[in-house]
Design a protein around this ligand. Structure first.
Ligand code: NAD
Length: 287
């Protein structure tokens, strides 16, 4: 049985000498890491960081070209193997097919990073049912599908693993003009805590990562409802400028994600703005 190489093992491919050194390489070298939304921003940085530690990487994105680009970069960064998968995480069928394909062709995932997310911005009362559904489909259902399908595979293998869900500081502090986004992220936080308690006995860790503003494309792709095109452009320019001023790079979030797995942390506030999560982590010993 190729899947008997210890906790977070399941390395069907021969494990070559890992690219990096240190705790990350020791922990993640040869492991199978699946990252959703890996085509850009935090997901891409995370995929490449795991790759640099010698992990095998599955880069999942709804944008196939971006996924392929990340997979190529991952092999250059040190992944023994990397694969691209074009999948909409909010689509149950596509996710079920992905889970089956990954199990069959690459093995059991050791670390799952549910990162894909979209930002739909606008006042609550102006947000259409379609925008609510789309936000919840990607940001919440995407995480549910990932946890159900890959969590079940990890549990069945019986050799542990780790699930990281990328939430946001918008999960616990209301952010103006992001009601649907904040709601979806709050749900991800609670989902993560519930699952963490449930899987603790099986040596599977669950972490919710809560970044504040990070300099990525999400501000470019964010859809601002209730505004005409010119209004959207103006608001987007303002938000982008704000994020650039803060200048918090996705690579730092990636490192925080890897540290969280090594330390098996429950809730991780990442950027200086994510102070609320720190408070949350202090007041709730279980978090
Ligand atoms: P990004 O827009 O740079 O990257 C998101 C990636 O996800 C893109 O490649 C996109 O194609 C992909 N994606 C979108 N919908 C998808 C779907 N349905 N299925 C599969 N892939 C899909 O964004 P980012 O800033 O790197 O965001 C990553 C995660 O971090 C998101 O969950 C986001 O909510 C969260 N986050 C971001 C910030 C920030 O300030 N950038 C702050 C807090 C939390």
């Amino acid at each position: 049985d190729a899947q008997e190489s210890g906790r977070a093992g399941g390395s069907e491919q021969p494990v070559r000498a890992t690219a990096g050194r240190g705790a990350f390489a020791e922990r993640f070298g040869g492991r199978l890491v699946l990252v959703t939304g890996a085509g850009s921003g935090i997901g891409r940085a995370t995929a490449l960081s795991f790759a640099a530690a010698g992990a095998r990487v599955v880069a999942v994105d709804v944008d196939g070209e971006r996924a392929a680009h990340t997979a190529q970069s991952a092999e250059r960064a040190g992944a023994p193997r990397a694969w691209a998968e074009t999948v909409d995480v909010g689509d149950q069928q596509q996710m079920e097919k992905l889970a089956a394909r990954v199990a069959e062709e690459y093995g059991t995932v050791d670390v799952l990073v549910n990162n894909a997310g979209i930002g739909v911005a606008g006042p609550f009362l102006d947000t259409s049912v379609e925008d609510w559904k789309r936000t919840l489909d990607v940001n919440l259902w995407g995480v549910i599908h990932g946890c159900r399908l890959f969590g079940a595979q990890m549990a069945e293998r019986g050799q542990g693993g780790h699930i990281v869900n990328v939430a946001s500081d918008a999960a616990y502090q209301p952010t103006r003009l992001l009601p649907a986004y904040g709601t979806s992220k709050a749900a991800v936080l609670m989902l993560s805590e519930s699952l963490r308690a449930e899987l603790a006995g099986r040596d599977i860790g669950v972490t919710a990562v809560c970044p504040g503003p990070v300099k990525t494309d999400i501000t470019r792709t964010a859809h601002f409802v209730g505004l005409d095109e010119a209004g959207r452009r103006r608001r987007r320019a303002r938000v982008t400028r704000l994020y650039e001023l803060r200048n918090y790079p996705p690579e730092k979030v990636a490192k925080a994600i890897m540290r969280a797995v090594v330390r098996n942390q429950a809730v991780v506030p990442v950027t200086p703005e994510a102070r609320g999560a720190r408070v949350l982590a202090r007041v709730s010993p279980r978090l």
